[in-house]
Ligand binder design. Structure first.
Ligand code: S3P
Length: 196
């Protein structure tokens, strides 16, 4: 890929020169945070971290088990603590759970200390992508489409505060990954990073 006359390697090197903090991916369940996040981390040669996996490891239980055993409020508390720890890490790509932006402490800390990318997908895409996976306790109800629609409406005003938005509706995750790389380069190149 070429961007502003640069090869992919040059683009990646420029990003790595400037990037002094983690990049956090936000967006709805099914937006492709893990998929695109893994590809982005591989392209940039940095670690990929998934906050849900970190929470599961700490709890010794899966997300559905945590919801069933401890309730959503305890999960949100664990999620906030995990975010507060992870914003301090070296540059890495960090995928977050879809609801993270609803906690003001977590989201403000992310906005101040990391580069936040919103992976944006339309409702039909989210419904299709989440239909097969039964690991999401919030969607184990009668009408997942309505739940996703309501959550999207409630969360969109928060997601839209992210530093960068990337359309991830298309089936091809590689395209969203390339868009994220270009947008990240443009963002860093305009010296948007506030000093920590
Ligand atoms: C949630 C999203 C899930 C997970 C939990 C709650 C949400 O993560 O954190 O089931 O509130 O949207 P993904 O967005 O990775 O599916």
């Amino acid at each position: 890929m070429q961007y502003e006359g640069m090869s992919q390697d040059e683009l990646v090197n420029r990003i790595k020169e400037k990037l002094d903090r983690p990049v956090m991916l936000v967006g709805m369940m099914g937006a492709g945070k893990s998929h695109v996040g893994r590809q982005l981390a591989a392209e940039l040669g940095v670690d990929f971290i998934d906050t849900d996996k970190v929470i599961e490891e700490k709890a010794g239980a899966s997300i559905p088990e945590i919801f069933a055993r401890d309730g959503e409020a305890r999960f949100r508390e664990a999620e906030k603590n995990t975010i507060l720890e992870l914003v301090e890490t070296e540059p890495a790509i960090i995928a977050t759970g879809g609801g993270v932006v609803m906690n003001e402490d977590s989201f403000q800390t992310m906005l101040q200390n990391t580069v936040v990318i919103w992976l944006k997908a339309d409702l039909d895409t989210l419904v299709l992508r989440t239909a097969k996976n039964k690991n999401r306790p919030l969607l184990r109800e009668e009408n997942p489409e309505k739940i996703l629609g309501d959550l999207l409406a409630a969360r969109e005003p928060f997601y839209s505060k992210s530093h960068i938005a990337v359309d991830s509706s298309e089936e091809c995750a590689a395209r969203a990954t390339q868009e994220a790389i270009k947008s990240l380069y443009a963002y860093l190149n305009h010296d948007n990073l506030s000093s920590l």
